[in-house]
Every structure is written in C-alpha cells, then in structure tokens.
Design a protein around this ligand. Structure first.
Ligand code: UDP
Length: 379
C-alpha cells in the first residue's frame, strides 16, 4: 500500500529541539512515512540538539554559512531544499518557526505546489525589525502554509486577524514543553547527561546562579555591549555566579569575551548540549536572555526571566508574571536583576512553575492532525 510521505525540514538548534517531539510522535504513526531533512544552518549547535534526542536526519545538506550574507544563505537553502524535495517527493512539507530554513523550505514547497504545515505558527511581534529577519519569515510562512499549529491562544488570534481560515488553525501548545518534559525524564534516568555543566555548578556552589544567553541579530553591536556591561556589573555581587553559554557566532562571542574575560564570578563557556543546558536553567536563580525558546522553557521550570529585548512576541510569560522585558541597556538590566534577586516577595511571585506555553502534548496533537489530513483517519 502507498503510504503518504511527509518531509520535515529544519536547520537550527531551536528547530531541532522543538521538532524532535513531533518527529517522535509521527514515527509512532506508521500510516505515514516521515522523512527528516536537516539543512545544517548551524552545524555544531544542530548536531548537539539532534544528539540529545537521538535523531539522525535522513538527509543533511550541511550548508554552513560562515559569515556570508543572508541572501546568499537563502539562495543556497532554496536550491538545496528544492533538490531534496525533488528527491524525496513528499505529499507535504512541515516547517517550524521563523528561520531562514523555514522561509526557504516554505518557498521551495510552495513553488512545487506542495502543501506546507507550519509548527509554532502565529507568533507576531508586530514589528518587522524585531526580531529581524525572523518576523518576516514567520509572516511569509503564515501566508503560504495551509496548516497552522499555533502554540497559544494569542497565536491563534494573530492568525485569525490575518484572515487565515479557521479550519486551518490548530491550537496545540508549544512543542518546547514536550521537549523539556522528555529531556527532564531522560536526565532523571541518566544523570551523567548533565556532566558538561557540573564543574561550573561546583564552582558556583554557594552562589545564586544567573544564566545569560544571547544570540539575536538585532542585539549585535551596541546592545550586546550594554548586555556585557550589565553582566560585569552584576558579577560585582559576591552572592552571584554568572554563567554565559556562548553562541558560537563571533558577532556574539567576541564582544562578550572582550568585556568579561577574566571577570571573577563570570563563567564564559561554550554552548551546552540540551540536557546540560536544561540542568543549568533549573539550577539558576535568574535567567537573562534574548532567546525565544528559553523564554518558553524557564517559566515551565519556575525560573524568573529578564528578556534582553525591547519587546517580545511571547507575551504569555509576561502576563503570567514569570517574565519581564528589560531591554539591553546596562543600568536597566542591573536594576531589574537587583529588584528580582533582592526582593523576596517579588522573587517568589515570579519563581512559580507555569505551563503558559503548553502542556507537553503538542506533538501528539500535531501528529494527529497531520495523520488525519494525509490519510483521512484519526489516531
Ligand atoms: N540551548 C541549548 N544550549 C545552550 C543554550 C540554549 O541547548 O547553550 C537551547 C535552549 O534550551 C532552547 C534553544 O536552545 O531550547 C534556544 O535556542 P536559541 O536561543 O539559539 O534560539 P531561539 O529560541 O531564540 O530561536
């Protein structure tokens, strides 16, 4: 019997982490053939994320973009994904989020008349310059996809406001919650998985750990220097140890290293694999980040977050009270961190575990809809 075939395409660390539960759920449904194409947009980080979930892509374009332009990268991705689609001949392509891979895979499929399903659909900051270029990519996917898996009610509302047909929108929760649940269960069974972070936790054993991640393009330059300055000032506090797993992009790592190398109580470390990073988040008193995924994971762990951006499309954590948006100016970051860390009442109100991004069942819901759409069957 001919089984319908779908092709999942992703290229970055967060996409791999968030698509891993979807791949697992689809592979439990033998009525569909699920194929996985990695583009290799971030080679090292992608490999770490794939390894954490034991995923071996069926094809890997290994397209690294060391310092080239975004349009050159997009052109390479379009051609590479187009060839892979010709070879795989899927009846449907599934993309995630808002990366250049998302944009290229959506366009490649659309140009061949192949329907696209978009996971983590409907996130909108309302500002094309932040996050840039991601807001544009997710809007294009929103126009071209015919199935939209929205993580939250706000994402559903955003899609409705753009006249996406009601029947095409499915409220699923964010698969980040599924990934976090899965990896926490694995860590509980296999504590050695977190080995990469243990020396740092031991170094800051008697301190409150503040974890910082930054990678967002619109923070390159002056905003990153503001963030580095804030970290240096925070680390003057003797009760704190700051841990910064560095994104390998030199535009991120260099300004941080320039300001923070040699600072007492600051550990600049290479990007962590997902289990070690989850362990670090769980051990943190506070997280400072411009990451989308971390903004979703930290509330589930009950760890307060300060968002190092001027706005966020992930408002649910802010509304629930676990997340504050503080921008990138050093004085404001330091003041906000002080307010959270030094006011026990404010801290307790923020440090509550919340499932505002999902209940851990998103991947199952997504797989159910894909199966129903492709075979006409449920379950
Ligand atoms: N992450 C990781 N190791 C690290 C830092 C982050 O595994 O050293 C994970 C994190 O838990 C989240 C994802 O990477 O799931 C976020 O990736 P990133 O911040 O690069 O992208 P964004 O979420 O902003 O798209």
């Amino acid at each position: 019997m001919h089984r319908p075939r779908l092709l999942i395409v992703f290229g970055t660390r967060p996409e791999a982490i968030k698509m891993a539960p979807v791949i697992a759920a689809l592979r439990d449904r033998p009525q569909i053939t699920t194929r996985v194409l990695a583009t290799g947009q971030h080679t090292m980080l992608l490999t770490q994320a794939l390894d954490a979930f034991g995923i071996v892509p069926d094809a890997n374009l290994s397209l690294t973009r060391e310092g080239g332009s975004l349009d050159a990268a997009l052109a390479q991705l379009l051609v590479g994904i187009g060839c892979a689609i010709e070879c795989e001949r899927p009846q449907r392509v599934v993309v995630h989020g808002d990366t250049l891979t998302t944009l290229a895979a959506t366009l490649s499929a659309h140009l061949r008349g192949i329907p696209v399903a978009h996971v983590e659909a409907g996130l909108r900051s309302g500002d094309l310059s932040a996050p840039w270029p991601e807001e544009g990519s997710r809007r294009v996917a929103g126009v071209l996809a015919d199935l939209h898996f929205a993580p939250t009610a706000a994402a559903v509302a955003a899609l409705r406001a753009e006249n996406v047909p009601e029947a095409a929108i499915h409220l699923t929760g964010n698969t980040a919650a599924d990934a976090l649940c899965a990896i926490r269960a694995r860590i509980a069974a296999e504590p050695a998985l977190t080995a990469a972070i243990e020396p740092v936790l031991a170094r800051f054993k008697a301190k409150r750990i503040v974890t910082v991640t930054v990678h967002r393009r619109e923070n390159f330059g002056a905003p990153l220097r503001g963030i580095a300055e804030a970290i240096a000032r925070l680390a003057r506090r003797e009760d704190i140890g700051v841990v910064v797993p560095l994104h390998p992009n030199p535009a991120v790592a260099a300004p941080l290293a320039a300001r923070l190398d040699g600072c007492d109580r600051v550990a600049l470390i290479p990007a962590l694999d997902y289990p070690a990073f989850v362990w670090l988040m769980a051990a943190s008193a506070l997280i400072l980040t411009d990451s989308g995924g971390v903004q979703e994971e930290a509330p589930a762990l009950g760890v307060p977050v300060l968002v190092l951006r001027d706005l966020t499309e992930r408002r649910e954590g802010v509304v629930a009270g676990g997340v504050r948006v503080v921008g990138t100016e050093a004085a404001r970051i330091v003041a906000a961190a002080g307010e959270v860390l030094d006011d026990a009442h404010a801290y307790a109100a923020m440090a509550v575990a919340r499932d505002c991004y999902g209940d851990g069942q998103a991947a199952r819901r997504i797989a159910d809809v894909l199966l129903a759409t492709m075979t006409g069957n449920m379950g």
